[in-house]
Design a protein around this ligand. Structure first.
Ligand SMILES: [Cu+2]
Length: 148
């Protein structure tokens, strides 16, 4: 009896360590998921092409909210989505819409998208995301594209 008791004790302790290890692993993943976008200070697109504009999007809006391009000159835009898939509003997806140029690009949660287009007319154009947070009508989901 006494022997059995002494065997059971270390087993219990082992279970505790396993539980602690699982907690540590989960916390590590959680911290990584939250910190990853902030750690990624420099970005290179898959093609190695250097973007002219790097746009960050999250539930709190576009950064920067005003971007510039030159008429007739190809502009490469990289969009970094900082949100993860656990957002209930839109599942962490955002899109970049410029009606004036027929652009609609979707960026998955934690994803990056790079594309190039040629703005062929000068002016100031609204860009926006219409997936989350009330979409186009939400000032936070709006930005301005200035074509000189
Ligand atoms: Cu959005």
């Amino acid at each position: 009896m006494g022997k059995k008791k002494s065997i059971r004790k270390p087993q219990k302790r082992k279970g505790g360590w396993l539980g602690a290890a699982v907690v540590v692993a989960v916390l590590t993943v959680a911290i990584y998921l939250f910190a990853a976008p902030y750690l990624r200070t420099t970005s290179a697109s898959a093609s190695g092409q250097k973007p002219d504009v790097v746009l960050r999007i999250s539930m709190s809006g576009w950064e920067p909210a005003v971007i510039r391009a030159e008429r007739g000159k190809p502009v490469t835009i990289e969009i970094i989505n900082l949100d993860n898939q656990f957002h209930t509003d839109g599942g962490g997806w955002h899109n970049f819409v410029v009606e004036a140029f027929g652009i609609e690009k979707r960026v998955p949660p934690k994803g990056t998208l790079t594309f190039t287009f040629v703005p062929d007319k000068p002016g100031e154009y609204l860009f926006y995301c219409d997936i989350c947070c009330g979409g186009k009508d939400n000032p936070f989901m709006q930005g301005k594209l200035v074509v000189l």
